[in-house]
Design a protein around this ligand. Sequence first.
Ligand code: 5GP
Ligand code: ZN
Length: 114
Amino acid sequence: MTDCIFCKIVNGEIPGDRVYEDDRVIAINDINPQAPVHILILPKSHIKSVMEIDSDNEDILSHIFKVACRLAAEKGIDRKGFRIVNNCGEEGGQTVDHLHFHLLGGRFMEWPPG
Ligand code: 5GP
Ligand code: ZN
């Protein structure tokens, strides 16, 4: 999608601090980190939100979670714990309309979220 900031990062039009890449996803450090580890994992194809997940593309979700857990182990936050967050839609706090999951860790996470 031409005006999508995450599509632009995927195709290299704008820089992204990549920490992982394969044929289906990339992971980048968040530009405005909310925790010592704050990584975004996103599909290379433009999927607007979890509401666009269907039987044709649902495999991407398990893949994203697998990558997130692998990154958590690499970053050393797997033992103490971490949080994986998806914001969906305006009231859910989604500000970039390209599906992504936040991997947050390295500090104690409050509950409930704000
Ligand atoms: P959302 O609010 O949609 O769940 O999350 C969007 C996230 O993308 C935010 O945490 C924001 O800091 C991050 N973000 C926005 N623009 C950029 C960018 O250009 N590069 C990177 N690495 N992160 C971005
Ligand atoms: Zn996109």
